[in-house]
Design a protein around this ligand. Sequence first.
Ligand SMILES: [Zn+2]
Length: 367
Amino acid sequence: MAEKEETDPKAQPKSESEDVGVNAQKVLDDLSEFLDPSFLGNFMRDRLHIDESGKKVLDEVSVEGVARYIKDNKCKNIITMAGAGISTSAGIPDFRSEGSGLYDNLQKYNLPCPEAIFTIDYFRENPKPFFVLAKELFPGTLTPTPCHYFIRMLHDKGLLLRHYTQNIDTLERISGLPDDKVVEAHGTFHTSHCLTCKKEYTMEWMKEKIFSDVVPECEETNCKGVVKPDIVFFGEALPKRFADCVGEDFEKCDLLIIMGTSLKVQPFASLSSRVSKDCPRLYINLQAADPAPAGFLAFLMPTSGFDFDSEKKYRDVFKQATCDDGCQQLAALIGWGTELKTLIKTETVKINKENGKSEKPEKVKAV
Ligand SMILES: [Zn+2]
């Protein structure tokens, strides 16, 4: 049979058509280097007569306009979305960023790739490198940032529908946001579970193990399973609460504030496109947004589709700043500047007291 195929001339066209398939893909790939995905997206939308714009609800498409929108009680269901950038000033390094130095002392473990540390299959085989890294990630004291307290203020004023975070550092909870207001999309260090018998452990228990340089082992009789923090590893599903809340929240949202994330990690990044077309979106980040995926077919992918600069812009505002500065400036524009400073001061003193520190709060900063 195999011999016949080799000598059968009819086999030839089949292999040629396969070549054509490969070549077509190559042509698409080559084209993608010359064509701008946003150009293609606009071209397709024009041809299909898709009008994507909604109602302009801001009196001005600027941070000042967003501030007035909040001040004039025009929004009551604010959603905040946050990434690592809101926690960097709390001394928590972004473990995804290259050159953070976090991976340097892991070389002796011969990891297949740095991401293996966060892969569930690798963790089951060899949990040690993760716990070495976790020790680096844990700051001595967990102190929320001005940005965290701005989010807390939105809640105190009854304006926060939900806070979605990619962070696992629990700073939102420490800042005083109630559990039901926080969705930790990538899980949390707040609790841990035994991989074998599912027994739950607290963050204090886990922290003590991590700082003792031991792989945390379950204390149930005869179990000895490895205990893993409830952060989401590659190969694990996102928490059910994430999907449940996303389904309910985003259509109600009347102001979306996105902070400290490059919007590159899915499905988190695509959330920004789930609000209504009328919903203003404020993006506070040190780097400019680059939410569009690269490649020829990028215009078919769900993207955030921000429009910060065009003539048609009507709801997207980009504030290039650290999350702390951006939030403090926004608070000042709304008229909450002093109140936010007082909240930060009071809470920081409280946290330092609980941690046995007597020095003055470090995080209070003039705007
Ligand atoms: Zn167990």
